[in-house]
Design a protein around this ligand. Structure first.
Ligand code: ADP
Ligand code: MG
Length: 375
């Protein structure tokens, strides 16, 4: 079997823009591609254009600029619009949009209306089996739980064997326990069927945990499109940094080719493009609460997160950083603590040019091993 890297490109968006009512574009300059079997996570806050992007791919919104290709065939451009039913795309809507008057079996069978009856029956049986719905086949949607309804929507979308599956916040109506289970089930299903998918979500855990590539949208523009590890460790902007997890930005100044901050010194990488006033991104997993640490702080806030406790720590400089520690070790509010920074790499942004980004290896002063991650 060819590896994913050699798989054919199934979906390609090139410089796509869409505008409602000829107004300001809801999305613009959107370019990304998905190979067969890839899951693309479209991540961003409410209103940033995720659903619009998905609807443009499905064919429910015309594009105002650019081009969308599916399996190498242009399906949308300024003067081209292949209708949704001819794009071989399956869609799972946020509210599932099941037909209330049809049973589970009839809902799943809705998209497979061509071919001999025996083949159609076999395909529906197969989808019911794959999604664990066989025993519920005669039920109506109102008699199903949220998770079961979602499985029907998935089975219905996958039944016609679409080349591409589009999912719009598919877990937003499920409780957290069910969400975890369904994420695992969905990934297994996508893997088994080698289905290419675009998963829209505003939940960074979901995007990082499920997608091969995460596309972060802001105000209708693509801010970064990269592997989950890259958007987390090497965010292209402070916006991306915060979008994919807890991040603090410690002010610093570059002097003599070193970034000086209240949490120590950092190398300035040779390709750093910005000015001397910077912020250094710190993640909670970079901050260690350690009696032997060189920096002092006070516990300012505490959030229990299961295995970890997230502490807000006020530094003597007045800056706030967050650090995670095992939740078995409980520190009271206002406790004085010592810290060290244990980051393999650190991201530096120009304080006055939000989009610039550079990675430097820590820590110039203490000569830590230069284990950095680079683009
Ligand atoms: P998201 O899914 O990321 O929350 P949307 O794609 O739904 O964002 O919306 C992107 C932008 O387009 C928003 O500013 C929204 O108000 C606008 N928009 C969405 N749907 C319509 C519509 N049918 N008519 C006019 N504007 C719309
Ligand atoms: Mg939406």
């Amino acid at each position: 079997m060819p590896s994913v890297a050699e798989s054919p490109v199934v979906l390609e968006l090139t410089n796509v823009a869409c505008a409602y009512d000829a107004g300001r574009p809801a999305i613009q300059g959107i370019s990304f591609a998905a190979r067969r079997g890839d899951v693309i996570g479209l991540l961003g806050p409410s209103g940033c254009g995720k659903t619009t992007t998905l609807r443009a791919i499905a064919g429910f919104e015309p594009v105002a600029e650019g081009e969308i290709s599916i399996n190498g065939t242009p399906v949308a451009a300024v003067n081209r619009h292949v209708p949704p039913e001819r794009r071989q795309v399956g869609m799972v809507f946020q509210d599932y949009a099941l037909f209330p008057h049809l049973t589970v079996r009839e809902n799943v069978g809705f998209g497979v209306r061509r071919g001999p009856a025996v083949d159609r029956r076999r395909r529906i049986d197969e989808m019911l089996e794959m999604t664990g719905l066989t025993d519920l086949a005669r039920r109506y949607p109102h008699a199903l739980s949220g998770g079961q309804q979602q499985r029907v929507a998935l089975a219905r979308a996958l039944a016609p064997a679409p080349v591409l599956l589009l999912l719009d916040e598919p877990f937003s109506n499920l409780d957290p326990d069910m969400t975890y289970r369904m994420r695992g089930d969905l990934l297994r299903l996508l893997n088994t069927t080698r289905t290419t998918a675009v998963l829209v979500t505003h939940d960074h855990e979901e995007a990082l945990g499920m997608a091969d590539t995460v596309a972060v949208l802001r105000h209708g523009c693509l801010e970064q499109c990269a592997a989950p590890e890259t958007v987390y460790h090497l965010p292209a902007s402070p916006f991306v940094a915060e979008c994919v997890g807890q991040a603090d930005f410690i002010p610093g100044a570059i002097r003599d080719a070193v970034v000086h901050t209240p949490l120590g010194n950092f190398f300035v990488p040779p390709d750093y493009p910005g000015g001397p006033e910077v912020v250094v991104m710190i993640r909670p997993d970079d901050v260690r609460i350690d009696d032997a640490g060189p920096w002092a702080g006070t516990i300012h806030s505490r959030q229990f997160q299961g295995a970890d406790m997230l502490y807000g720590i006020l530094l003597e400089s007045g800056d706030l950083v967050h650090g995670s520690a095992p939740s078995t070790q409980l520190l009271p509010l206002d406790a004085r603590v010592r810290l060290r920074i244990d980051a393999a790499h650190t991201v530096v942004f120009d304080r006055h040019a939000e989009r610039s980004r550079c990675v430097c290896k820590r820590d110039a002063a203490r000569g830590r091993a230069p284990e950095g991650i680079r683009d």
